[in-house]
Design a protein around this ligand. Sequence first.
Ligand code: ZN
Ligand code: ZN
Ligand code: ZN
Ligand code: ZN
Ligand code: ZN
Length: 458
Amino acid sequence: MEYKNLEEFAAQFFTMLKATVEKEGQYLRVINTPAGFQKFYGKKEPYLINFDKANETENTELLAPGSYLLRVMSDYLEARGETTMLWLVPQFDYEKIMNEKINLLNSKWSHMSKKEITKNMIRFTFQTSFNYLNKQDKITSELFIDETGEIIEPSINWTFMEGKKREVTIENLRALYTKAKEEVRRVIEPKLNEKAASLQKSLVKEMERIQTHYKNQRGEIEANLVKSREQLYELINTDKDIKNREQRIAKLREIIAKNENTQELEKIKKEEEVFIKNETKKHGLNVSTKLINTSIIIYPIYTIQSFIKSNISERIILFEGDTLRQTLSKVFCEGCKNEINRVVLCNGNHILCEQCAALCEDCKQVSCNMCLKKCSVTLRQICKQCAGTCRKCMQTKNKRFMRINETSKEIRCVECWNYCTSCSKPMGDNESALSAICTNCHYKQKSASAMMNIKRDW
Ligand SMILES: [Zn+2]
Ligand SMILES: [Zn+2]
Ligand SMILES: [Zn+2]
Ligand SMILES: [Zn+2]
Ligand SMILES: [Zn+2]
């Protein structure tokens, strides 16, 4: 019978999701389920739903009391609840943050541009009911959680608006929901403790009242007994003539017997216990939390391209700006890798801390330890702007010791070229192997003598 009910529940559930449900022997075959559910469940269709634990196999989904699928189905109904979609209206002045946080020591911001991508955050709204002493208190808690599962503290800077709807599937909605539910437990804990403490206090007071009441009742019985016994003693032992004496003695004996009866005391004790039990029950605290709304909040993440410019070099710095957390990514020194707020731009385009920056010993401009190279002629530490590397001897020397061959554009140090004996320009290796003058000079001489020949012929 139980299985039959679950089968109906499953059929209704998947029909409601507009899936195709077919009976297949003792199973239900389900296809065309929404992608959202498949992700929520963590397994792709088709599903062959089995209602009997005895028939469980790898290819079937067990739906039985306490089974995983059953829990997923009820969570899905809950988490699906009322889903709204909101857009964060970004109020994020990243330029201001940049100017405040980053101190450019030898450069200036030149221009910026930004691109944006969107990310999602989920807002779960829970309602917790505290039921006690025939009363009910309700509190609403909003939990913000991003797609990575990080709980986000709400900010007064957030403004949301209902925007154009679009299909958003949250990959791990179930895990996020579970996490948010744990978090809401933590959030309501102080309230819960406060309520429990006040109920405890009230219960102690009630118990005292009950106990005093029954203590008094027992005391009264005790006092009656003593009093009746005294009266009886007096009646029996007096010499005086007393009216209705025998009747009064009988009455007193009756009262004494009644008061001596332990059953009476037990009855009172029981009654006291019942009262205490009821009072304890009444002071019990019942707490239940349910999800009343799920909102997907879409917010932009900016990729900001900022250019910084010194009198010699220009460099781009990429920032990631989180419009939700209002944070800007950090800048790190490219030398020591430490985070920096005071930025030095080297003339070889490195972004540096002050410690990693160094001056070129030739031009005295700001360079850095990564860029500086030793000139093999002057033995000075020189910057990228000042240094050149000879293609032949591979030595680093100041550019003033470098010469370029106009034809091949090859750069070598002064020592590594053969020079034309006519024009003194560097000659290619092939050229110099054939002649002491360069091809240019060679042709010039040839055309000059040709002109002379023409003159002579004329
Ligand atoms: Zn550094
Ligand atoms: Zn230099
Ligand atoms: Zn550098
Ligand atoms: Zn050389
Ligand atoms: Zn020449």
